[in-house]
Design a binder for this molecule. Structure first.
Ligand code: ADP
Length: 377
């Protein structure tokens, strides 16, 4: 049905020296839900628009279902696109908006009616078919836009930030609906967002981009557990991974991570990875997720790196609490802890870093020096 193959794709906009998309390589299997994610300006929309045929491909080859489509017009690519701003025709009813693509393709009236009604039922908008877009809420408009995309039964759906005009609650709801829809229709989908939560919750695989280049391609949990570099580690996950700059030292038979204030022994997995990365590597950035730092003593626990700190701020999230702790490193560290810990701002505490779970990144290149198979908490 809808496989997609992007081979060494580049985009140079007119008059721009720098490529907006650089060497984009991706094989998408039929039925996958791929999320392109990255900060604003990283080239996500440009890439999506090249797949749609709305932007010319400067270099490289694009195949949809094994058909070379670089020079095929958008309407002949067998794709449907859903935009952030819905792009509905204001003077056409919901029914006519959904039916339009089929009409233009000269499908029979009774067939159109059947398809529109079926689509409306799936999206639970049957009662809105006679209304005009101006009479609908944002969420309803987006459903109509989805309906228009679905009704054509394309090989590939392309979605460009389709939820960003919705408020938080509706976003979460529509997100779930899009996922449900995908599990029913199983249409290959390329979904663009700058929101890491959407990427984590929706993607069967995430493609994370920066400055026009793919950084990593992986399923969400793998992306979270095994970020390939500092950028990915910092982008995926909320609150962010904590980073501490330091040095690798070898003393008294131990390999340690050291800063001016702490010296933490590293587990053998890390030591082996560092050894194979090269003996003279010294400057690193240690990364640890907020849930991998514990509060209180680490007596009797192997490989827990401890530090003294003071709680500077607390964010109560309901189910858990984020503590912002000053441990005298460059930035406060964030610790995710249970809601009813009895701690308050100003408390002096000891924090324990679970060294088995820390990442070490090359301070210059940023790549992860201890990539590993996902391990159980
Ligand atoms: P994103 O979708 O990730 O926010 P875009 O694909 O919109 O990023 O933009 C990627 C880069 O290409 C940016 O540097 C942007 O300024 C540039 N760009 C986008 N559209 C054009 C255009 N029509 N002409 C020139 N440069 C563009």
């Amino acid at each position: 049905m809808g496989s997609l193959s992007c081979r060494h794709i580049y985009k140079y906009y007119k008059g721009e020296q720098r490529a907006s998309v650089k060497d984009f390589n991706l094989e998408v299997e039929d039925g996958e839900f791929i999320v392109l994610v990255g900060p604003s300006g990283c080239g996500k929309s440009t890439m999506l628009r090249m797949i749609a045929g709305l932007e010319e491909i400067s270099e490289g080859d694009l195949y949809i279902e094994n058909r070379y489509v670089n020079y095929v017009s958008p309407k002949n690519r067998d794709i449907s696109m859903v935009f952030q701003n819905y792009a509905l025709y204001p003077n056409l009813s919901v029914y006519e908006n959904i039916a339009l693509g089929l009409k233009l393709r000269k499908q029979a009236k009774h067939e159109i009616e059947l398809k529109v009604n079926r689509t409306a039922k799936v999206l639970e908008i049957s009662h809105l078919l006679e209304k005009l877009p101006g009479q609908l809420s944002g969420g309803q408009k987006q459903r109509v836009a989805l309906g228009r995309a679905i009704v054509r039964e394309p090989q590939v759906f392309l979605m460009d930030e389709p939820l960003s005009n919705l408020d938080a609650k509706l976003r979460a709801q529509t997100r779930a609906e899009i996922m449900k829809l995908h599990s029913q229709l199983k249409t290959t989908t390329i979904y663009v967002t700058h929101d890491q939560t959407e990427a984590m919750t929706m993607g069967s695989r995430i493609v994370i981009m920066k400055d026009g280049e793919i950084q990593q391609v992986a399923p969400p949990q793998q992306m979270y557990d095994q970020p390939c570099n500092l950028f990915v580690a910092g982008f995926i996950g909320s609150p962010q991974m904590n980073f501490i700059a330091g040095t690798i030292t070898r003393r008294e038979g131990e390999v340690c991570f050291e800063t001016k204030r702490v010296r933490w022994a590293l587990p053998s997995r890390h030591v082996e990875a560092l050894n194979s990365a090269g003996q003279n590597l010294r400057q690193v950035v240690l990364g640890v997720r907020p849930e991998h730092i514990r509060i209180g003593g680490a007596a009797g626990q192997p490989f827990v790196g401890t530090a003294q700190g003071r709680i500077e701020m607390m964010e109560q999230m309901g189910a858990d609490t984020y503590l912002f702790v000053d441990i005298n490193e460059r930035a406060n560290i964030i610790v995710r802890t249970e809601a009813h810990s009895g701690l308050t701002v100003g408390d002096s505490i000891e924090v324990g870093f679970r060294m088995e779970r820390v990442h070490l990144f090359d301070a210059e290149q940023g790549h992860n020096l201890v990539l590993q198979e996902a391990i159980r908490a």
